[in-house]
Design a protein around this ligand. Sequence first.
Ligand SMILES: [Zn+2]
Ligand SMILES: [Zn+2]
Length: 254
Amino acid sequence: MKIIILGSGTGVPSLQRHSPANWLGVAGRQYLIDCGSGTLLQLERAGLSFRDLDGAFITHVHADHIGDLTPMVHAMRLPGLKREKPFLLYGPPGFSEFFARIVAPVAAPPTSFPFEIHDAPASWEMTGVSIRTLSTPHSERFASRAYRFEHQGRAVVFSGDTDDTPELAAFLTDADLAILECSTLDEAKVPGHLSAGLCGQRAAQAGVRRLLLNHFYPIEGPESQFLQQCRRHYAGPLALATDLMALTVGQDPA
Ligand SMILES: [Zn+2]
Ligand SMILES: [Zn+2]
């Protein structure tokens, strides 16, 4: 599996950190996990294109995670787009209805190739990849899901936005790579989000083999504080995500 961080930030405008989006290459397919503002251009900067995507997995519909979803659907209707393979779009419970009410009226789904919209089930298989979801406590208004992708015995987890929850460690168990939201330092913890120390605690508890923190709100002072607070609990390979960072998990070059 190959992962490229397209956006390591939040909804706060930043020239260094775009809004949340990740590219996942697995089993010869290309997917997005979230599609925040700037995703389409970040794909281009990474040498990729929305044209080649096989699907997307939306963690939740907060604006910072879906800012480029409507423009992407619109782009897929452009004349001359040579594409036959289906596009599979998954989101948390209620996502299909959200798409119909909010996205489709201004960006009707393309009709020149199959375009499927699904509320993600708890688990399913897709072209050699096992996918599991976890309901995460984040927003009172919107359902949210973490996603776990397993392929050839390797596992990658994207937390999306989430507060701490006992189920998180179980969901992260033995993950080769966990990409966890790390909105704040511990002393600034806000409801609905993880803080740096909590990320470290859950990753250590779960036996996570490599931990990547992302989704940082701006802080006073150096971002290395996120690492220091996380490191108090987690001893394994650890890094802060940066935009366009690329990671490989297992042998599959995708
Ligand atoms: Zn967010
Ligand atoms: Zn959110």
